[in-house]
Design a protein. Sequence first.
Length: 125
Amino acid sequence: MTRVVIAKVWEIPPGDRKIVVPFRGRAGIGVFNVNGELYALRNICPHKRGPLCTGELTGRIDAAAPPSARQAELTVEGDGEVLRCPWHQWPFEIATGRCLVDPDVRVKTYPVHVDGNDIVVNLDD
């Protein structure tokens, strides 16, 4: 296992991210701070290979009725927990890498931990 220091803890506050490109000769990774928890994702969307980690941070839209209904109330749950690819808006859950429109599609995730003041990503050799 290779240990890579990505940043200091104060460099990625809650709701923020750091994108490291290139990363080990590849397209890079994004490290996200979601409500104080750190996650790392590969910076390639599995749909069409877009720069996933540069996308918009959103939440899940929940509706009590179809959005076209008059009384439809839309709410956002888990704001900042979903990453949308900037090319085609495919949504991915940051914590798991799971695609929310196709559960068979995932983006690669990497283990992240804090060691002192360092944010560290562990990689398989």
